[in-house]
Design a protein around this ligand. Structure first.
Ligand code: NAD
Ligand code: TYD
Length: 349
């Protein structure tokens, strides 16, 4: 793997994790050129990359990963040594409402990138995957890289298909690939359709907190910055053709997270004690809702020395602070297309 002086393409760079990763790369790789690509869908936001345009090692390109002509031109213009592929349709509930775009972007879009990476002999292709490809766990055990691939939602099925294509490009064409599979992320710039920001915003606005089913589904939460350092470790030190799970051993039942957020917002905004918790509203469960995710990330830790740095108490409190301070960022989002989605999905639950 190339070290400094390389040129890195980051797809999905204006989204939640992609934008955090670009920020991280700009800080941690002073010699690298960073090309940030994004189609700017509902989830992509240039405000997430604010300030970076002043950096002369940074370039933003608005393009759709399914547009082979645009991407061919870009790969001819630049000479990438590393592709870090975050771009995707990423929300399970939207995949239930409309699966086609998930297959189109997550599978066909990944194929377009793989083909260009192969033709241009890119030194490494890093596929950003998810723990959701492994399906659902019972009360015990954790997913390892050997766990069977058993996706249950259209989102996770499309991500699994993309991972399989990446694997095939390594085996068939010798492309140097790594696949990372991470647990649920939280932190700054997360689009408010996902559990943690949605609950923070609804607490602030005094709106119902919609908890699916019995609220006892379990997710394994990692701070987005720890995800970024883990991806970077896999890019630098991971072995070609391998899969690396990423997680920070931090399992929570949804209802307990929602109660913690309610209490944090109450204390940080001076709302009366219990005012936010009283907004909890159990709603019809998500169809096919996976019960529990938990990641074993020992392989990445042993092979690369990566360790998560964030403690959940601090990470969650910082995240609540970030949304309180950046109200204009989320107010612009919730006043747009998001409102239609919200009314459609939650309207009859
Ligand atoms: P996000 O929805 O916030 O961002 C996705 C970005 O991809 C957006 O900026 C969007 O504009 C862009 N995009 C979508 N379609 C595109 C297209 N056709 N061409 C170019 N860009 C396009 O998602 P996220 O939470 O930042 O997730 C990023 C990646 O990480 C995804 O691949 C997701 O599967 C994976 N992942 C997410 C989590 C999580 O908890 N959020 C956990 C594990 C893995
Ligand atoms: P989400 O943030 O959508 O991530 P994922 O489905 O990819 O894990 O949801 C996290 C958990 O929170 C999941 O078990 C579904 C649940 N959830 C709710 O209970 N209410 C909500 O309004 C949302 C968006 C999610």
């Amino acid at each position: 793997m190339a070290g400094t002086g390389e040129s890195i393409l980051v797809t999905g760079a204006a989204g939640f994790i992609g934008s955090n990763h670009v920020q991280y790369l700009c800080e941690s790789r002073p010699d690298a050129r960073i090309v940030a690509l994004d189609a700017l869908t509902y989830a992509g936001n240039m405000e997430n990359l604010a300030g970076l345009e002043e950096n002369n090692r940074f370039r933003f390109v608005k393009a759709d990963i399914r547009n082979a002509d645009a991407l061919t031109a870009l790969f001819e213009e630049e000479s990438f040594s590393l592709v870090v592929h975050f771009a995707a349709e990423s929300h399970v509930d939207r995949s239930i409402m409309g699966p086609e775009v998930f297959v189109d972007v997550n599978v066909r879009g990944t194929l377009v990138l793989l083909e260009l990476a192969r033709k241009h002999k890119i030194a490494r292709f890093c596929q950003i995957g998810t723990d959701e490809v492994y399906g659902s766990l019972g009360p015990e055990g954790r997913f390892t890289e050997q766990s069977p691939i058993q996706p249950n939602s259209p989102y996770s099925a499309s991500k699994a298909a993309a991972d399989h294509l990446v694997r095939a490009y390594h085996h068939t064409f010798g492309l140097d690939t790594v696949i990372t599979r991470c647990s649920n992320n939280y932190g700054p710039y997360q689009f408010p359709e996902k559990l943690i920001p949605l609950m923070i915003l609804n607490c602030v606005e005094g709106k119902p907190l919609p908890v699916y089913g019995d609220g006892k589904n379990v997710r394994d939460w990692i701070h987005v910055r720890d995800h970024c350092t883990a991806v970077d470790a896999a890019c630098r030190k991971g072995r070609a053709g391998e899969v690396y799970n990423i997680g920070s051993d931090n399992e929570w039942a949804n209802i307990d997270i929602v109660k913690r957020i309610a209490s944090l917002v109450e204390s940080k905004t001076g709302k009366p004690r219990g005012a936010c918790e009283a907004l909890i509203s159990y709603v019809t469960d998500r169809p096919g809702h996976d019960r529990r995710y938990a990641m074993d990330s020992l392989k990445l830790r042993h092979e690369t020395g990566w360790m998560p740095a964030y403690d959940f108490d601090r990470g969650l409190a910082d995240t609540v602070d970030w949304y309180l301070v950046n109200e204009s960022w989320w107010r612009r989002i919730i006043s747009g297309e998001y409102r239609d989605y919200y009314d459609k999905w939650y309207g009859d639950r």
